[in-house]
Structures are given as structure tokens and as C-alpha cells.
Design a protein around this ligand. Sequence first.
Ligand code: 6LA
Length: 180
Amino acid sequence: VAFGDDALNTQQKYDVLKEAKIFSGYPDGSAGLDKEMTRAEFAKVLVGIMGLEPIQGKASFKDKNYKASKWPAPYVEAVYSAGLMQGKNTTKMIFDFNGKITVQEMAKVLVVAQKLEIPTETNNNASDWAKGYVQAAINAGLVDAKANPKANATRAQLVEVAYDIYLSQQKPKVVSYEVK
Ligand code: 6LA
């Protein structure tokens, strides 16, 4: 792992992300690592770590109470437009922005964001659509093989994944150029 990242525990990774204004934390100052997050909250985190621009004035989804004027929409629209999240039903256009994000959904976002290779062999209890994503995340050491993929993700699990994506975005890009 680059930069000795493994030296940081989850709280320290959270502190880095909080300093970068990606997580806000709770009014009492706690990280709430045992708590869960909604899909909209995670979309907001993703916008921060991927450096996306929130998209104003648009509401692509038909979820009840999903409106361009409400806070989740610009973040949901940004991750949708970037191809990081597509929602739960692309025919009915349901995002489920108030639903809790699960471990397998988190794994999919991680794999898409990091462009991880999806293995052909899987050995996990995820839903069919998620088996490859979860296996890729397990193989990359970013999801515990013992975690229940269908369970809601904890903020601790989300911090680990968010930090990994955040770091990969901070690394200098390799620029190739031709010398004539
Ligand atoms: C439309 C579809 O097949 N959605 C899948 C899956 O791709 C979705 O992944 C994420 C991370 C998302 O992109 O929003 O969470 C919800 C998942 O829903 C799945 O269908 C139930």
C-alpha cells in the first residue's frame, strides 16, 4: 500500500476525510463509525472524494419526495451522470435515495470508481448482480470476506472505502509526452 496508508486506523482515516470536508460528523464531534448512511449521504461523500460538480436543477429519478430543490438531488444527479451509481430500477427510475447503502452497493461503487477488475470466480453471498463487485472488493482487501454483503454498510466500512478512493484521486497522474 502506498504512503504507508495501512498505518492509519479507521478513525484516523475519518479524521483525514473530515479535514478535507468530505465527512461532517455529528454535532457532538463523534464519527459515528457504528452508524449507517443513506444512499444520498453516500452520494454526497462520493461527490467530495471524486471531485465531482453537484448538478443543480435536475431530477432524473421518480422517487417520492425526490426534487431538484432538495439537498440530495445535486449529489445523486452527479454520481448518476458520472456512472458511479445508477439507482435500483432504471425502468421505473427509482434511486432509493433515502434507503441505507448496503455493503454490496458500496462494493459496486468502489469497483466502478477504482476501475477494479471483476474476477470470473466468486465465492460470496451477495445478490447475483453484485457477486463480481463484492469479490473484486474482497480480493482487493477492501471488504472483509466475512462481511454480509446484503447488510447495511457501517460508516466504518464506508470510511475505509471512501479513504481508498480519496487517496487514489490524490495520487499524481502519470503524464506521458513525446520528446522530439
Ligand atoms: C438498476 C440495477 O440493476 N441496479 C442494481 C445495482 O447496479 C445498483 O448499484 C447501486 C450501487 C447503484 O448503482 O445505485 O446501488 C443499488 C443497486 O441496485 C441494483 O438493483 C437492485
